[in-house]
Design a protein around this ligand. Structure first.
Ligand code: ADP
Ligand code: ZN
Length: 762
């Protein structure tokens, strides 16, 4: 901010109302755009600091409202400015670096700034949960010379004289053998004075040093660590993609790289995706460090608050956690690691709709430190960035740790299979055979059903051809509410025809839904002796339920574990030698341009689970069967061959041709209203306004839509959406800023959600 020295033109000096004095710049905590300036009255000057919340007169009736202070300074101001009326926090909630990051998020993710700052310091931290109030007692000056006190009071004064620096209330009572009443009376009469401060209780401790592995790092791991260490020494921003198949030793690289940062006296953040078993994984990782803090959704408010406080004081050196750990208040950050950087769960699904990985990159860029992005299946955005930007770099771990073999993956075309058999089967013959052999050999199996495999699709009952969108070539989803089939990609919709589109077939259409329940029924018929357990959101309400099921599976009380992709992560079972994927068709389930990429990721991740076992499998090596309802897509074939690079090359050509990310940037506008006509009109008007604006600008951007959203009705609201597609992030930001500032669009108001870089188009 400006200071008094550069107070500018002489002209101003003659203006009678002009004053120069301390002012605070704030963003409102409510959903309000922009920054506001207030004067700081003398009596609050010592307390007003950036990163604290203030009370400021706001709105038409000037009612005091909470706001985050983002800067203080001296500035010329006129009498029209109103003064700050109160300070809500004793301590700063946010450092300068985090305020800057929050303001960047507000701009980039098109979100009111108060909301991004509030998201960085959740409620328990604002309340300082887990802090206790410490009262320090002092002897009031000048009053201690009298000697007409009672004996009890005299003792108190005597003890106080021995502690000119002050004593906390409890200690005084104990040392002077005084009652609380006496001390209170002395405080009341002004003999003693009291100051209070809030002090955190000790943060939860996760130091439980686990056993150190005995192996030597292999050559590639050592090279990777050397490269990361070099980047931290250089003191510049770098994004290092650590690319290696599951079991190639990435986690070991993170651990050693972080230790080396800690040894240099700095702090580090290790981010993991939010999954059902996060607690277990985090605890396992935490056992490799000392002074470690963990942050995940299972923490209580008090634990969270104390953990943040310990990090801010520098007592905790390393943070392991999910999304919100990226905001850990580390004053001395040296490295951020993002494990499984492609994970969709890194995206915050409510406002502010940030992607944790991208916020991590921004934070690192501001702090001039490196980020390690780890993955066996990097996002195509990251993969492409390594070719585009010099600050992105690949580090490759080309093979599995010696002794672990890659699983054999077979892909089954269920369309072909269905044509050969009567009835609709969820298990192919190959799957049935391998499952049977696995159980006969006394080993365990895991079956995955795609998480979103609950949608209803339309197929021809005879030739099994699904209804496909002519624009996008993805299967259309049947919508009960409208009775129409909708493409979740381009949003085209059609009245469901009675008969197969293939004139030579002309079969009747059937609806086909797939859920875990149905799978369980089929398994009970086909493998009546197998002990089954389901781990899905229907049967598991709490993390504890997952953990119990996993424990039973570990104790081998279960033969076949059925679950969604949720359980594909972080599982390490020695006796699992077979993994089956019932429906790898994310093109059916997640109808979006990332369908192929998600399919590749799913199959790779699941296959990685099978191979971590040292058991032999039924005939040499662990087995994986992947079933596909939509034929043998290239994504499946590449995944079966464990060939990410060829997949990326193939898929990027398609993305470029169709102008999808990473060859553009998207913002998705979602309009809700309880009246369908209102929602539709609002969407049309907004899309039209943006189109008009684009027409006046030399920008390469366009609006796609609007149309009913794939989830066209949710919680009694009708939903319409459209996409804003721009050539790059700079252009997208420019358009969004224009809409916010000149057009008065309030993003994330009740009816409009804007999702920048969406990971799902549902
Ligand atoms: P990733 O994170 O790539 O899946 P991990 O780091 O978890 O791989 O390593 C896979 C397994 O191999 C783990 O059990 C790990 O302890 C072990 N491991 C890692 N590095 C080595 C090594 N250099 N020698 C022997 N075993 C290793
Ligand atoms: Zn047909």
């Amino acid at each position: 901010m400006m200071t008094a020295k550069d107070s500018g033109p002489l002209l101003w000096k003659d203006t009678p109302q002009l004053r120069i004095g301390p002012v605070a710049r704030v963003v409102m905590a409510a959903v309000v755009e922009g920054q506001y300036t207030f004067t700081v009255p003398d009596e609050l000057a010592a307390q007003v600091e950036p990163g604290k919340r203030l009370l400021v007169p706001f709105g038409r009736n000037r009612k005091p409202a909470p706001a985050f202070c983002v800067a203080v300074g001296r500035e010329p101001w006129t009498a029209t400015l109103k003064p700050v009326v109160g300070v809500l926090d004793d301590e700063r909630l946010l450092s300068d670096a985090l305020i800057e990051l929050g303001q960047w998020m507000a701009r980039y993710y098109c979100c009111p700034p108060g909301r991004t700052l509030a998201a960085m310091v959740p409620e328990p931290i604002r309340r300082q949960s887990g802090f206790r109030v410490v009262r320090t007692v002092h002897l009031a000056r000048g009053r201690s010379e009298q000697d007409s006190w009672s004996a009890k009071r005299a003792t108190v004064v005597e003890v106080m004289r021995m502690h000119p620096e002050g004593l906390d209330l409890e200690t005084l009572i104990e040392h002077a053998h005084a009652s609380k009443a006496i001390v209170s009376a002395m405080i009341k009469s002004g003999l003693l004075s009291v100051t209070t401060r809030r002090e955190p209780m000790p943060a939860p401790n996760f130091d439980s040093p686990g056993t150190e592995p005995v192996f030597e790092l292999n050559e590639e791991q050592r090279a990777a660590i050397t490269r990361i260490e070099q980047a931290t020494k250089d003191g510049v921003f770098k994004a290092l993609l650590l690319f290696g198949v599951s079991g190639s030793g990435k986690t070991e690289v993170y651990i050693r790289a972080i230790r080396s940062v800690l040894a240099a006296g700095k702090q580090a953040i290790l981010l993991v995706p939010e999954i059902a078993l996060t607690t277990q994984i985090v605890t396992r990782l935490a056992s490799r460090f000392r002074d470690v803090a963990v942050i995940h959704s299972g923490l209580t408010g008090v634990q969270r608050s104390l953990t943040f406080a310990a990090l801010a004081r520098g007592e905790k050196k390393v943070v392991i956690g999910t999304r919100s750990a990226v905001f850990a208040p580390c004053p001395n950050l040296g490295l951020i690691v993002v494990d499984e950087e492609q994970e969709a769960s890194y995206k915050n699904q409510q406002s502010p709709r940030f992607n944790t990985r991208d916020v991590a990159l921004k934070r690192a860029q501001m702090a001039h430190i490196p980020v390690v992005l780890g993955s066996a299946t990097p996002s195509l955005e990251t993969w492409c960035n390594c070719d585009r930007f010099s600050h992105f770099e690949r580090i490759i771990l080309p093979r599995r740790i010696a002794g672990l073999s890659m699983p054999r993956v077979s892909v089954v075309d269920m369309q072909f299979e269905q044509r050969q058999r009567k009835g609709v089967h969820l298990l192919s013959q190959e799957m049935e055979k391998q499952l049977g052999e696995t159980l006969a050999a006394g080993q365990q199996a895991v079956l995955f059903l795609n998480r979103r495999g609950y949608a209803t699709y339309l197929f021809c009952s005879q030739c099994k051809t699904p209804i496909v969108c002519l624009n996008c070539r993805v299967n259309m989803v049947f919508h009960q509410t409208t009775g129409k089939a909708i493409c979740h990609h381009c949003q085209a919709s059609m009245v469901v025809p009675k008969r197969c589109g293939d004139a030579t077939c002309g079969g009747t259409l059937v609806r086909f839904g797939m859920g875990t329940q149905r799978l369980e029924e089929e398994l009970r018929i086909k493998l009546p002796d197998a002990r089954l357990a389901r781990a899905d959101s229907d049967t598991m309400r709490h993390v504890r339920d997952y953990e119990q099921t996993i424990e039973r599976f570990t104790r081998r009380e279960i033969d076949i574990l059925i679950g969604t992709q949720m359980i594909a992560k972080g599982l390490d079972f020695p006796f699992v030698s077979f993994v089956g994927v019932i429906n790898a068709d994310t093109s059916l389930a997640v109808p979006d341009f990332r369908a192929a990429e998600r399919t590749f990721q799913l199959v790779t991740q699941v296959a990685g689970r099978a191979g971590r076992a040292e058991s032999s499998g039924t005939n040499g090596g662990p087995g994986v069967v992947v079933q596909s309802l939509s034929g043998l897509s290239p994504a499946l074939q590449f995944a079966a061959n464990h060939d990410f690079e060829s997949f990326a090359r193939h898929e990027l050509v398609i993305r470029q041709r169709l102008h999808w990310p990473p060859y553009c940037r998207l913002a998705r506008f979602l309009i809700n209203h309880k009246m369908q006509s209102q929602a539709s009109t609002m969407a049309d008007a907004l899309a039209e306004r943006i189109r008009e604006y684009l027409a006046t600008q030399a920008l390469s951007a366009e609006v796609l839509g609007p149309q009913p959203a794939p989830l066209s009705r949710l919680r009694n609201q009708y939903r319409f959406d459209f996409l804003l597609r721009a050539a790059d992030a700079g252009q997208l930001m420019k358009i969004l800023e224009q809409l916010r500032h000149a057009d008065g669009l309030i993003p994330h108001s009740k009816n409009i959600q804007i999702d920048v870089d969406p990971v799902s188009l549902l």
